[in-house]
Design a protein around this ligand. Sequence first.
Ligand SMILES: Nc1ncnc2c1ncn2[C@@H]1O[C@H](COP(=O)(O)OP(=O)(O)OP(=O)(O)O)[C@@H](O)[C@H]1O
Ligand SMILES: O=P(O)(O)OC[C@H]1O[C@H](OP(=O)(O)OP(=O)(O)O)[C@H](O)[C@@H]1O
Ligand SMILES: O=C(O)c1cccnc1
Length: 488
Amino acid sequence: MPHLYQDDSLALHTDLYQINMMQTYFELGRHQRNAVFEVFFRDMPFDNGYAVFAGLERMVDYLKNLAFSETDIAYLRELSYPDAFLDYLKNLRFTGTVRAMQEGQLVFANEPIVQIEGSLAECQLVETAILNIINFQTLIATKAARIKSVIGDDPLLEFGTRRAQEMDAAIWGTRAAIIGGADATSNVRAAKIFGLKASGTHAHSLVQSYGNDYEAFKAYASTHHDCVFLVDTYDTLHFGVPAAIKVAREFGDKIDFQGVRIDSGDMAYISKKVRQQLDDAGFMDAKIYASNDLDESTILSLKMQKAKIDVWGVGTKLITAYDQPALGAVYKLVSIEDNNGIMQDTIKLSSNAEKVSTPGKKQVWRITKKADGKSEGDYVAFSDENPDLDEEIYMFHPLYTYINKNIREFNAKALLKPIFVKGKLTYKLPTLQEIKDFARENLNELWDEYKRDLNPQPYPVDLSQKLWDHKMGLISELRQAVSKIKLD
Ligand SMILES: Nc1ncnc2c1ncn2[C@@H]1O[C@H](COP(=O)(O)OP(=O)(O)OP(=O)(O)O)[C@@H](O)[C@H]1O
Ligand SMILES: O=P(O)(O)OC[C@H]1O[C@H](OP(=O)(O)OP(=O)(O)O)[C@H](O)[C@@H]1O
Ligand SMILES: O=C(O)c1cccnc1
């Protein structure tokens, strides 16, 4: 086992380069300068039309408790950091201001989803953990939403712990999956911690240990009231389902025969046959559970084949975000105090126009039409702009500016909410159920064209005219300045 310290903290859950930069800032007297960093991602995960923001609660907990422990400092001393810097770290607490999307909010590429303002050194320290949390949880919540979108109102059970990228990923991935649309989980610890419905059937090993389905189901029924029997260990249609029916009949009211689970074979064909067998035996209410490497495309295909599946257990492909292992959100400096105490907006240039960052401290506004409540796009503006007070709003594509529209009769909702103000938590964290409901409500605001699984329409994320002009101005200023630099 690695050495786990009694005073283990998350302060060292960062990249070494952050501490190295902090040391530079500290020794050269820059560490207290006010800075603004923003988190955003450049590409939509899974080529989905939207992403579901998740991870805020854990991020809040991390920031609230940020403090180097004694052994953290001792360890950094071993790495030869100087005493004065270590003394500074010893007393460091998070004193910054955070604005962020609410969990369950639908978010899009190239808009800030978290904004951290505070001393340069503190902002630098927290980058790694914040990206770690938000990248993972937002990815899994989005994958769950994609899966739920094809499942509709049928229950979606999260079954992935055994295949997750280790224990933490199973726990926080489960929470994210619930936000995105999963209804229950097989992970008992996650259910306990987050107050979720724990749900489960039984494994093939139960049937194998008895050597036949009937004996195994009988044993299970004699020890449990709620029964879902796994019927595919030997032969679903010849042994599994007939055994389940026999046991259900024999036990009658002594058990609640909730249904059967199938986990292999052609699930469209088999589920129809199983349905027939259950109905013919009078068990019309018994549900058919399905699991086996399911994801949104297999589920959609099964739905199209009119498979008779009522409950969907999804493991590997949900908890590991199988088709896209990372979200790719980044944390960029957008504004920094200069030598005169004035905030200067910063930009990161790139030969790829889409990769040029957008300078300045911003707010994201969701623009919905009053008539139908549907979203027209997101409008990214300076944090002190107030498009909600305007009669008309001009929205244009930030790269292809000939794509534009004027909108009247709209509502503008500010999406980045205050979370911490100068180190003090001001945000009341919602319950997981509230977050889940919020995610669902948000989906109602989105036109179906943005929600389809395959090739959705790109959702507009536009810049205000003021912000766009500022960005273009900074780009040309920087280009000119860079062209004049001579290094010798
Ligand atoms: N009718 C169907 N249409 C589309 N996909 C299906 C259908 N039936 C099953 N699938 C999916 O096809 C894949 C079949 O997986 P696999 O080859 O492992 O078959 P299996 O019968 O489960 O075999 P094994 O017993 O080795 O697990 C799974 O992802 C499953 O969800
Ligand atoms: O396929 P997934 O989406 O990942 O869902 C979880 C899988 O985990 C179990 O299989 P496993 O073979 O691990 O154990 P079992 O003997 O209980 O089937 C279960 O039967 C599912 O097939
Ligand atoms: O309860 C189940 O059926 C279950 C739980 C975890 C993984 N696979 C199935």
